[in-house]
Design a protein around this ligand. Structure first.
Ligand code: MEV
Length: 412
């Protein structure tokens, strides 16, 4: 099996789904056994402090994704029901018109070095004069990165109020880059103090990854979605572009997909989220990350966001993250960024389409009802039966779940 279009995937039981994923990603038995086991307590204890347990989340896979003419099964870790279904569904819609076209910039991250107690304009000139020396010294901190084709690309000096802020721009290749950039910033301290006569205070990566973005676009013929619905989606997008209250929620919808993939692949969700929301302001006021418009009888969507993510090092060494990356089968951090942008656009489309048609509650309710059914003790085929019974109009009757199950068990 090589395609990500797997009709009826959601109707399979977990074991059958695992078989499909196993075939798609050529997983071995050891990898499959991880799906149930996750992280061990010992591994967790080595990751953070004061460990006393493991917190698990569901790991789902979005099907139907086709990006730059390649099929992907996209692992998503999330507590929110309907996110995976919505992404899969939107991917199916766009698949019929070729899928997503995605691109990305070089993986450039910025490190900041704050210099105080100096005359900032004069200090800036001294730093720029020593640009090559600073770049050499920074590169010496990470010969492996340089060998892989990465390393420092530029040094800039900014006057910020009464201080100088030195920026180093580093091509971090397939890493998220925080360690490499922070080490370089720290190593430059003595030379920058010598050059400026000032005092270096903070030395840290910036999560405003303006130089490391990914873009995705997709379109569908108006006739396949319906002209009225397409116009209502565009009108909903315009609402977000005019009103910050709506824009924040619009972007939350984009990030529902992006963060779930980040989490599944062991990436730093907070880095990506803070970068995305800052990027949403980079032209002035807070704006939607995506745009939707009608052109040439097509509904067209576009998204761009910073993607400070890696496929090596850091959290990506988590065994479940390794497995997700194997399933996703991306060969570079840039490619992962392109998948994130495509998933974000798909997720956003699914939300806008639901909001412009039946509303968001219907889909949510169905999955929410299934969750409640499971919590009340339903298993196997009972889950759907109890879920059906729980939905009454636009409400979920939680009390009915227990009643139904008690009756059912009485007859066992
Ligand atoms: C819910 O998690 C996300 C939405 O609110 C996004 C949106 O309103 O666009 C449905």
């Amino acid at each position: 099996m090589s395609g990500s279009r797997i009709p009826g995937f959601y109707k399979l039981d977990v074991k059958e789904r695992v078989e499909k994923i196993k075939a798609f990603a050529s997983l071995n038995e050891e990898e499959v056994s991880l799906l149930d086991a996750g992280l061990s307590l010992e591994q967790a204890d080595g990751m953070i402090e004061n460990v006393y347990g493991i917190y698990s989340l569901p790991l789902g896979v979005a099907v139907n994704f086709r990006i730059n003419n390649r099929d992907y099964l996209v692992p998503m870790a999330t507590e929110e029901s309907s996110v995976v279904a919505a992404a899969s569904n939107a991917a199916k819609v766009f698949r019929s018109s070729g899928g997503f076209r995605a691109s990305s910039s070089e993986p450039l991250m910025t490190g900041q070095i704050q210099v105080t107690d100096c005359s900032p304009e004069k200090a800036a000139a001294s730093v720029i004069d020593a640009r090559d020396e600073l770049m050499d010294l920074a590169n010496q901190q990470d010969p492996v990165l340089v060998k892989l084709g990465g390393g420092v690309r530029d040094v800039k000096a900014r006057v910020v109020g009464d201080m100088l802020v030195v920026h180093i721009l580093v091509d971090v290749r397939d890493a998220m880059g925080a360690n490499a950039v922070n080490s370089m910033c720290e190593a430059l301290t003595p030379l920058i103090e010598d050059l400026t006569g000032g005092r270096v205070n903070f030395r840290i990566l910036s999560n405003y990854a303006l130089e490391r973005t990914a873009r995705a676009e997709a379109s569908i013929p108006l006739e396949s979605i319906g002209e009225d619905l397409a116009r209502d989606i565009v009108s909903g997008y315009r609402f977000a572009s005019l009103d910050v209250y709506r824009a924040v929620t619009h972007n939350k919808g984009v990030m529902n997909g992006v963060s779930a993939v980040c989490l599944a692949t062991g990436n730093d969700t907070r880095a990506v989220e803070s970068g995305a929301h800052a990027f949403a302001c980079h032209k002035g006021g807070y704006a939607p990350l995506s745009k939707w418009f009608i052109e040439d009888d097509l509904l067209k969507g576009f998204v761009e966001l910073p993607v400070a993510v890696g496929i090596v090092g850091g959290g990506t060494m988590h065994p479940m993250a390794r497995l997700s990356l194997k399933i996703l089968n991306v060969s570079s951090a840039r490619e992962l960024g392109e998948v994130l942008a495509s998933v974000g656009l798909a997720q956003n489309f699914a939300a806008l389409r639901a909001l412009a048609s039946e509303g968001i509650q219907k889909g949510h309710m169905r999955l929410h009802a299934r969750n409640i059914a499971v919590m009340a003790g339903a298993s196997g085929v009972e889950v759907e039966e109890v879920a059906d019974l729980l939905i009454e109009g636009d409400k979920i009757r939680v009390d009915k779940a227990r009643e139904f199950l008690d009756d059912l068990r009485k007859n066992d």
